[in-house]
Design a protein around this ligand. Structure first.
Ligand code: PLP
Length: 453
């Protein structure tokens, strides 16, 4: 079969055969899908030849930017040498060995061991089993409740979707038992009248302690959280939040799981978000930026104190055909080599991050913008009908979607969560491209504002 050339024909074929994730298929089929044909650096090209600045790094993953031949070559060479072998039943291969050792070097010192998966969702499914197995071995099998947060996103398999706190997902597939959701540290949306971000941050963190007390510490296995909630709207917690969570996790007999699928690999200006916020997780969940999205791969780093118990327990009855896929590991090794050689983490912390933050923060003067937070290279614009208070639009999500569509017309990919626009551009973004990103975001705000009048 030869593929048709025109965008209209490609869209028709897509509509006839392709069920898209997280897409309203009815409207998608009426409007037609957006077809991306190539990409270079931070720029996408669509099937009509438009160049679009990818303010979302694909799905928060293309950290080193598009078009890295070095990764392509590493994968091709690995495919030639050993395209596949598994890591079950005490076997392994060189790419898995090298990547595991490299991850032990790059992650905080408590981490020396990784369990490979194919994605963030698979990683979080793994975490549920691993945490429960840990307490089984410690002869505390009743400790199996995992506390998560509302609007958290931990993936979309049945178990990872249950860990997440997304009501629309739970509405379509009921969560599995023994998962509890507490408040998210979303000051703009959830603080009381007159409550400062610092007061609110403390209160949101103390919801964890209250939940442990209410359920009984002997039943709680773990707390899972993204350092910055990503798909929940880039919720950057007030400064008081993480220190209080860290205190609670230290004082209570629970494991702390940092879901670094978005925040890992440089996004926040350190290698991992837990380092930016000063927490000490027992388990660290990774995917996306580990390969910059060039190949599917995920992993679960396990701190020594947890690993030692698991090792004593013998068989862990869990694994995926593609756990530690050699070509995916080769992509990750080449990707991490680039990140180290080009000091992309330093680039985010000292150059691109502060430069983007300056331009982004200035958007807060726009009449539609309530707040414009940013950490590293991940930020949000809360859209509001009245910037004198923390007011929200009555028809939640409508203005956000309108703005998101204008953004695309203006040649910038931003995502909308409710009425919050979010960005997370590739870490390699230059000053000129940041200027362009901010100019296009401002144009998008102007267009949306004009449409609302
Ligand atoms: N965890 C977080 C924090 C995520 O943002 C995502 C995806 O966006 C996932 C887990 C799930 O990853 P995947 O889509 O690779 O299954």
């Amino acid at each position: 079969m030869s593929l048709p050339a025109s965008t209209a024909e490609l869209r028709a074929l897509d509509a006839a055969h392709h069920l898209h994730p997280f897409s309203d298929m009815k409207s998608l089929n009426a409007e037609g899908s957006r077809i991306i044909v190539k990409a270079e650096g931070v720029w996408l090209t669509d099937s009509d030849g438009n160049r679009i600045l990818d303010g979302m790094s694909g799905l928060w993953c293309v950290n080193v930017g598009y078009g890295r031949q070095e990764i392509v070559d590493a994968v091709a060479q690995q495919m030639t040498e050993l395209p596949y072998y598994n890591t079950f039943f005490k076997t392994t291969h060189k790419p898995a060995i090298e990547l595991a050792a490299k991850l032990a070097e790059l992650t905080p010192p408590q981490f020396n061991r990784v369990f490979f998966t194919g994605s963030g969702s698979e990683s979080n499914d793994t975490v549920i089993k691993l945490v429960r197995r840990y307490f089984q071995i410690k002869e505390k099998p009743e400790k199996k409740i995992i506390i998560s947060r509302r609007n958290a996103y931990h993936g979309s398999t049945v178990a990872a979707g249950s860990l997440g706190g997304m009501a629309p997902m739970h509405g379509q597939s009921a969560p599995i038992p023994d998962i509890l959701h507490i408040a998210q540290p979303y000051w703009w949306g959830e603080a009381r009248q007159g409550e400062t971000p610092e007061e609110f941050g403390l209160r949101a963190a103390q919801a964890l302690e209250a939940a442990i007390d209410a359920m009984g510490e002997d039943r709680i296995a773990a707390f899972i959280a993204e350092p910055i909630q990503g798909a929940g709207g880039v919720i950057i917690p007030p400064a008081t939040y993480w220190p209080e969570i860290a205190r609670i996790c230290r004082e209570r007999d629970i494991l702390f799981i940092s879901d670094e699928v978005i925040c890992g690999f440089g996004r926040t200006g350190k290698w991992f978000g837990c380092e930016t916020f000063g927490t000490e997780p027992d388990i660290l969940v990774m995917a996306k930026g580990i390969t910059s999205g060039y190949m599917p791969l995920g992993g679960v780093m396990v701190a020594d104190r947890v690993a030692e118990v698991l090792l004593e327990g013998g068989d862990f009855n869990h694994g995926y055909t593609y756990s530690g896929h050699p070509a995916a590991c080769a992509a990750a090794i080449a990707n991490l080599d680039i990140m180290v050689r080009e000091d992309l983490v330093g680039h985010v912390a000292n150059d691109a991050g502060p430069y983007l933050k300056a331009g982004w923060s200035a958007l807060a003067d726009h009449p539609l913008v309530g707040e414009a937070p940013m950490t590293g290279l991940v930020g949000a614009l809360e859209l509001t009908p009245d910037k004198t208070g923390r007011t929200s639009f009555a028809d939640v999500g409508k203005v956000g979607t309108l703005a998101r569509d204008f953004s695309f017309k203006n040649g910038l990919v931003m995502r909308a969560v409710r009425d919050r626009l979010i960005i997370a551009p590739p870490l390699v973004i230059s000053h000129g491209e940041i200027d362009e990103l901010v100019a296009r975001a401002r144009r998008t705000l102007d267009d949306t504002y004009a449409e609302l009048k």
